[in-house]
Design a protein around this ligand. Structure first.
Ligand SMILES: CC(C)(COP(=O)(O)OP(=O)(O)OC[C@H]1O[C@@H](n2cnc3c(N)ncnc32)[C@H](O)[C@@H]1OP(=O)(O)O)[C@@H](O)C(=O)NCCC(=O)NCCS
Length: 352
């Protein structure tokens, strides 16, 4: 008999132990995340959160976590994770946990619920499709290997943001994401609060590119590894083939690294990027700048999550990135699912 109850601080270690047994993916392609030492740290990025723990004989066997976000009109709910210990699967525990989130959503007058699914995670996809969630959108995940230093010499001034540049930068971000699902225009105050609340981000890690004194491109450079480390427990065949080919070419020239099965990846992410289309080179130079920070500190991989139609993908091509995919699933509760044809990816949601 499963009992579902609120999270208690003393659950921390057992949940982290369960997480280590929970790769997301299938037999050929899967990754595992480690959010230690504090399972709740990723939730502290949000204004509110709930974790419900499933227990059997007084031992935790799984959990679900969510946050409620305030939209323009109505709130909506994000399911951040659902994990069930391998010894207790296929007994309907995950279904019960998702139902808990749905009950909370009804109670709070939530418009819709959404979650992200890592592409190879067929089990979770089956589960939520069974519960009526619809695949609404693909999200591109890009990983870049900082395998060489890039030259920055095209005349843009690349620098960390100055307090007096925040206003102009926010105008650029607000116009870049205008009309995208889940984007709510920032004010100077809200942007400052939002970036500073995210561990490893903060305004001190926000970079701008100026042209003739004006901000034409910008991006945050978030050290997401302070909240999560990723290990590929099963590497896709394509990566193995690429690693072999790159290994041969490496005798002649420098080539990107590919994550190796079992390797712990400490990801940094380019977030809240925006640029004027005629200054895509400025965006490229910001990425060069981030690349060089990684290269100099011996950190191997950085990346981004983005709408697949975002023109930043064209800019990133030169870095020979690896492409992965997430699916956004959503279900209406007391309102409608928004138009996801363009989406702003809330970086906090990418801690999977
Ligand atoms: C995905 C996960 C949470 C499912 O937990 P669970 O308690 O076994 O799920 P349930 O017993 O409630 O399954 C309900 C339905 O989901 C689908 N499902 C669950 N596991 C499945 C699997 N391995 N393969 C195919 N379908 C699966 C089935 O339709 C199942 O119904 P059925 O058993 O009647 O066929 C669990 O496998 C897990 O923890 N995986 C690793 C972590 C993860 O990927 N979490 C999700 C992203 S954060």
């Amino acid at each position: 008999m499963v009992n579902i109850r609120p999270f208690r601080e003393e659950d921390n270690d057992s949940l982290l132990d369960i997480e280590k047994l929970c790769p997301q993916g299938n037999e050929e392609y899967a990754m595992i995340t480690d959010k230690g030492p504090d399972i709740t740290a990723r939730y502290e990025l949000y204004d509110n959160w709930e974790i419900r723990v499933a227990e059997k004989n007084a031992a935790a066997v799984g959990w679900i976590g969510w946050t409620i976000k305030q939209g323009m009109d109505e709130p909506y709910l994000y399911i951040a994770e659902v994990m069930v210990h391998p010894d207790h699967r296929r007994q309907g525990i995950a279904v019960e946990l998702v139902r808990e989130a749905e009950k909370a959503a009804h109670k709070a007058g939530i418009s819709y619920i959404y979650c992200y699914v890592y592409e190879p995670n067929e089990a979770f996809m089956n589960l939520i499709e069974k519960l009526g969630y619809i695949k609404e959108k693909n999200i591109q995940e890009i990983s870049i290997s900082a395998y060489k230093k890039e030259k920055i010499d095209s005349g843009y001034e690349i620098e960390r943001i100055n307090p007096e540049d925040i206003h102009e930068t926010i105008k650029l971000i607000n116009s870049y994401y205008y009309g995208n699902a889940q984007f709510y225009p920032f004010t100077t105050e809200s942007f400052r609060d939002y970036t500073n609340k995210i561990l490893g981000y903060g305004l001190e890690n926000f970079i701008v590119a100026k042209w003739k004194g004006h901000i034409v491109a910008c991006a945050g450079f978030w050290d997401a590894s302070v909240l999560m480390e990723v290990t590929y427990t099963k590497e896709p065949m394509m990566w193995k083939l690429m690693a072999n080919a790159y290994g041969i070419l490496r005798h002649f020239t420098r080539m990107p690294d590919i994550p190796v099965e079992g390797e712990v990846c400490k990801m940094h992410l380019i977030v809240d990027f925006a640029f004027e289309q005629e200054h895509s080179l400025a965006m490229e130079e910001i990425i060069d700048y981030c690349n060089n920070l990684m290269f100099e500190t011996n950190c191997k991989f950085f990346g981004a999550y983005t709408d697949p139609d975002d023109s930043v993908l064209g800019v990133m091509k030169k870095f020979k990135p690896i492409h992965e995919k997430l699916f956004l699933y959503a279900k209406p509760i007391s309102g409608k699912v928004p138009d996801f044809s363009r989406i702003y990816v809330d970086c906090r949601d990418t801690i999977l």
